[in-house]
Structures are given as structure tokens and as C-alpha cells.
Write a protein that binds this ligand. Structure first.
Ligand code: GTR
Length: 358
């Protein structure tokens, strides 16, 4: 039943090269992954800016007894120089005292607040994780400002149609946080996942797809241009998202407005690019704009890539999951809960249980 539903979407094959050749083994899959990333860069999110030429990390303050004394809380400036100029943005870092080195959840956040309605920091520490976060607006404003504000202004986007949009820029910033986390002995550098909700769920998946240092890409209610398939999707369409948020993407993405069947990819490519690492997708039953069914079917479609590697992708019964279901057995994890568009405690609990099982 679910495979029929996937078939009805008429998706491009994630395991077939551009020239029609099929991917037959893990070595060929490495090449195919490069092709997929190139495709998503050139057609959807844009090519990222160049790497910084120099980095520096400034600990602005450090509290030894945060969250009832269970953890250390630091605020650190990620500072860097690029060929175009200097920039810095602040991050929060919370490290549990009792676990060393600790696995870490890097949260790309809507707001800088610690904790926040979308960010239950104490529960995260209690579940055995360190956590870091930055507010995406401290990197570049979420407005159609002509790419003049924040880091966007430094990199001075030109007119190329495959240049980064803001999702790529926010993902790039998460990678700079990763550079810093790699230097800390308190953090288990091999167990760092990147997490985000909605537009920042799209960003988290795109970040993990490109950067193999992340063990997992985790998205919650990420919907259109995130975890959800675009072909046959309900709710938000590429036309809607590129009308309201054209600056999230590269210009080439406009080509696919009301023209999804022409895309040489679909969003299962984004999930598949994370393999063999872990992908986690959280959906909410009444989040019609994001479309939970299209998020679930993308997980099903991406799983073939894991199977080629001899791994389990999404482990599911052959039916659409009901709210309350957690599918945690494979390298692709999924849950759906009751309610609407929100990053809830329940979502975090599912994510943490899953990551603790991996
Ligand atoms: C909506 C947008 C969605 C989603 C959401 C959010 O307006 O259309 O794709 O990203 O914002 O970030 O909350």
C-alpha cells in the first residue's frame, strides 16, 4: 500500500545517475550522492559561500551551575574572517556535568532564548545530551532585504541563478558551529546531530546532507522544500513558498513553480543525501500546510538508498502511521503526533529517545 502511494507520486529515481545508469554498489552511491548534492545546490538551495579564512572563538561568559547545577552554560561568539570581510554570531552551549564526552544536539533556533517554547534545554540535558543553539536571525534576517543584512551582506550575493539563498546561509552557519564543537573535549565529536523546526527543519536537513561530520539530520514539521515530497503534495506548494520566501532559495528554484514534474529530483533526494547517517522526520497530524503524508512517503522513498548499503531505512508496517506512532528501528526514523504546527516537548522526547537508541 505505501509503495503504491509512493509510485503514484511519479518520483525521479534516487538510485539512477543522470546518464541513466543504475547505482549498483556503495562506491557508486558515493558518486551519486555528489550528484544529488550538486543538483540540490544548483536547483534548490544554491551553492554555499566559501569557507572562512580564519576562525576564532570567544567565550563571553560561563555559568558553572546552570539548570539546578546539572550543567555548565556558556555563551560563545563564533568569529571568522572571510575573503569578503569579518562576521561573528553568538551561540549558547550547555554541557551536562555528568557525561563526558557528551553527544550533542545542535538546535538552529527561531529565538535566542534559553529555554524557549521550542527548546526544552533542561529536559535535553536530563536525557543525556549536551546542546548548542544559535538564533538564525543573528546570522541573517529572515526578510527579503536584498541580501544586505547580516552575513548575507558580507558575502554580497551576485546575480548567479545558483547562488545561495538564506536556507543555505543558515546551514553554513550551523557548520561553523560544528567547526567549534569539534575543538571541545567535553563533546563527543562523532555524535553531533543538527535539529530544526519548520523552515529551520529544512535548514537542518540541508546542513546534514552537505556536511558528513553530522551524525544525523533531524527535522520537525519541515514540510515544503524540507522533508515533504513536492510531487502530489497537499498544502504548501513550491509556488506558495517561492512567492512568500523567494530569498530562502536560489533563483533556479523558481523554474519549478507549478512545474514540479520537471524537477530532476524530489525531496527524498535531500533525505537520501544524508545516508548512511541518520535522518529523523517528525510530523504533526493536523499540520496540513506541511503535509504529514508527503513527509512520511519521502522517508519511504529515501529508504532504498539505505537498503543498497545493507542498512535498514524506515522500518514500518505497510500502512500510513496513526498519530502516536514512532518508527524508530531503522536509520530513517519517523514519528507523527496529534496536533498542529509546533515543536513540542513530545517531539523532542521522540527525537532524544531515537538518538539514544542509535
Ligand atoms: C511557513 C512556511 C513553511 C514553514 C513555516 C515555518 O509560513 O510557508 O514552509 O517553513 O513558515 O517556518 O514556520
Amino acid at each position: 500500500m505505501i509503495f503504491e502511494k509512493v509510485k503514484e507520486r511519479h518520483l525521479p529515481d534516487v538510485l539512477t545517475f543522470k546518464n541513466g545508469k543504475e547505482v549498483e554498489n556503495p562506491l557508486m552511491l558515493r558518486k551519486r550522492r555528489e550528484q544529488i548534492i550538486h543538483l540540490l545546490r544548483s536547483q534548490v538551495y544554491g551553492f554555499p559561500p566559501p569557507l572562512p579564512t580564519k576562525v576564532d572563538y570567544l567565550v563571553k561568559w560561563r555559568k558553572e551551575d546552570a539548570f539546578a547545577g546539572k550543567s555548565i552554560h556558556m555563551c560563545v561568539d563564533i568569529k571568522f574572517e572571510t575573503s569578503k570581510g569579518k562576521f561573528s554570531f553568538p551561540i549558547n552551549l550547555i554541557i551536562p556535568k555528568k557525561i563526558s564526552p557528551a553527544p550533542l544536539l545542535l538546535h538552529i533556533a527561531f529565538r535566542p532564548d534559553i529555554p524557549d517554547k521550542y527548546y526544552p534545554v533542561e529536559e535535553i540535558v536530563d536525557n543525556g545530551f549536551a546542546t548548542a543553539s544559535f538564533c538564525y536571525k543573528d546570522v541573517a534576517p529572515d526578510t527579503d532585504d536584498g541580501f544586505v543584512g547580516g552575513l548575507a551582506g558580507i558575502f554580497n550575493r551576485d546575480n548567479r541563478s545558483d547562488q545561495w539563498g538564506k536556507i543555505s546561509l543558515w546551514a553554513w552557519a550551523a557548520q561553523r558551529v560544528m567547526d567549534y564543537l569539534q575543538t571541545l573535549k567535553e563533546i563527543d565529536s562523532k555524535r553531533i546531530a543538527v535539529v530544526g523546526h519548520s523552515r529551520l527543519g529544512k535548514t537542518a536537513l540541508w546542513c546534514a546532507a552537505q556536511d558528513e561530520r553530522f551524525i544525523a539530520g533531524v527535522s520537525n514539521c519541515s514540510g515544503c522544500s524540507g522533508a515533504a515530497l513536492s510531487r502530489g503534495k497537499n498544502g504548501e506548494q513550491i509556488k506558495d513558498i517561492t512567492d512568500t520566501f523567494p530569498y530562502w532559495f536560489c533563483k533556479n528554484y523558481q523554474r519549478y513553480r507549478e512545474n514540479e514534474e520537471k524537477m530532476p529530483f524530489d525531496q527524498h533526494f535531500l533525505l537520501a543525501a544524508i545516508a548512511p547517517r541518520v535522518v529523523y522526520v517528525g510530523s504533526a497530524q493536523s499540520d496540513d500546510w506541511a503535509d504529514p503524508e508527503s513527509e512520511f512517503l519521502a522517508c519511504v522513498a529515501a529508504s532504498r538508498v539505505y537498503e543498497l548499503l545493507g542498512l535498514k531505512g524506515l522500518v514500518t508496517e505497510d500502512k500510513m502511521p496513526e498519530p502516536g506512532i514512532r518508527l524508530h528501528k531503522g536509520q530513517v526514523g519517523y514519528h507523527i503526533r496529534e496536533g498542529g504546527h509546533f515543536f513540542s516537548r513530545d517531539d523532542w522526547k521522540c527525537i532524544m529517545d531515537y538518538m539514544n537508541e542509535k
